[in-house]
Design a protein around this ligand. Sequence first.
Ligand code: ATP
Ligand code: MG
Length: 347
Amino acid sequence: MSVDMNQKVQPAMAQDKPATKKRVFSGIQPTNNIHLGNYLGAIRNWVETQDQYDNIFCIVDLHAITLPIEPKELHSNIRKLAALYLACGLDLSKCSLFVQSHVHQHAELSWILNCYTPMGWLNRMTQFKTKAGEDMESVGTGLYCYPVLMAGDILLYQTDMVPVGDDQRQHVELTRDLAQRFNGLYNKPVFTIPKADIRTAGARIMSLADPTKKMSKSDPNPNAYITLLDDPKTIKKKIGRATTDSERLVTFDPARPGITNLLTIYQALTGQSQQHIEAEFAGKGYGDFKAALTDCLVETLAPIQQRYHELISDMPALEGVLKQGADEVRPLAEKTMIKVKKAIGLG
Ligand code: ATP
Ligand code: MG
């Protein structure tokens, strides 16, 4: 299967959003291969609701340079992520898919919003503290201003809903505060005030190595996450090694975060209730459960991987999709920039 460029007869985003549909915007950083948390917390939800909304999905490469990354790796990650978005089921007749740096208005709005963001607001952002760690004095200021760039991404498209994982709740709150502050300052509805859309199932998948930390692409330990491209052998190995405890009961229990995280993944994949899952594994041990989880993961990822390999082998088509996506959203971004500059008195 290659990318069907004829799938979209009329560009979905050539005009402003249809009055009947709310606009959705979301994105993922091309920092590494995406993992199960990204799938269950974000992409799967985008796919599920794509009929309902007017959708814009972005590969946020400007965010990916907030920490060091090799140029070749970044370039290749962008294409891989685009192929994975499509392989997971995003439909180009229902969404625009583009690369953030192809639309310069993201960087432009981010600078402007930086000038309206109190330092105190950014000082409260927990992701900066986690990511900067011990290097607080030496990391780039881009990492500190990351939430402002994200606010710009969302506000540029007059977004109503932002489907993200739980870790992004604080950043969406900051986006709302910033939009309200800006609108209030100029007494004009320049920005739509967006809402976070965070589902319960799969909103926070934890690391397989340390279940007190969230699963992250940038974790230096590859055994901490299952990527969407892991083969069955790797999945078996990673689930086999996943941290649990010395007990045997296969039950959801906050005091045992390792097994609870694995059960949460199983629940998100199967859609079954906690009671149903606990009954399924009553009298069985962690080994039986890990084998069932491995099978379930392999089965879920196989069709995605097959579609991914087809899509990534047709690079010109993929590049064409990304160009078309940027062409579709650029006029919307520019429309917001005109409003912003007019409100401020720039130019
Ligand atoms: P990085 O370590 O580079 O920040 P990441 O794994 O945190 O990578 P992002 O690109 O920052 O991934 O986030 C993409 C989307 O995936 C966001 O909507 C985010 O909320 C969601 N997400 C990230 N990690 C998880 C997780 N562990 N569980 C559920 N959702 C997640
Ligand atoms: Mg992240």
